[in-house]
Ligand binder design. Structure first.
Ligand SMILES: NC(=O)N[C@@H](O)C(=O)O
Ligand code: NI
Length: 169
């Protein structure tokens, strides 16, 4: 199957999680020298005495044409990725619940945008593009098996041919 990514939007990502980006009504703090773009993601990290943790994922781009063979979910927690560099990246998601490959959605995400997968949202592991890319990751440490993985019966080839958002920065 071939999929073309579409630019992510908060509305289109709502079934899967939160889009983390600056908005139009920040709170002025620090004597007006800082805009607080407040409370952007619903973190769900405490299940079964879970502990929120902050990590950095240094991700190497998959060879092109990018081919997706697996999807995963975290049944016990959310997982947030905030890019630390200037490269776009890909996000592949499917609704929580029984995995349905026909419901996979593929997004291209700008360097200034992060994503927070809600608990149980199926997603592909971190998909850097163009260059090795660092992501700040907020997820859960704790008891229990928190990663289910499925292998795609039909791998997905990502078509970036006319995706101007995917070009290197
Ligand atoms: N395995 C791991 O910590 N990372 C994945 O969950 C991922 O979504 O990249
Ligand atoms: Ni994950």
């Amino acid at each position: 199957m071939i999929l073309k990514p579409v630019p992510i939007s908060a509305e289109q990502f709502t079934p899967f999680g939160d889009l983390i980006e600056t908005g139009s009504d920040p709170i002025a703090i620090n004597y007006g020298y800082t805009e607080r773009h407040h409370d952007l993601a619903s973190l769900d990290l405490l299940e079964q005495e879970g502990r929120p943790i902050v990590s950095i994922f240094r991700s190497t781009p998959l060879p092109q044409p990018v081919t997706l063979n697996v999807m995963e979910r975290h049944p016990l927690s959310s997982q947030a990725f905030i890019p630390m560099g200037n490269q776009p990246y890909l996000v592949a998601v499917a609704p929580a619940g029984e995995f349905d490959a026909s419901k996979i959605r593929l997004f291209i995400v700008k360097p200034g945008q992060g994503v927070n997968y809600h608990r149980g949202t199926w997603h592909h592991f971190c998909l850097a593009l163009n260059a090795v890319s660092d992501f700040l990751v907020i997820d859960r440490s704790g008891k229990g098996d928190n990663c289910d993985e499925v292998t795609l019966v039909e791998p997905i080839t990502v078509d970036l041919s006319d995706c101007e958002e995917s070009t290197a920065r």
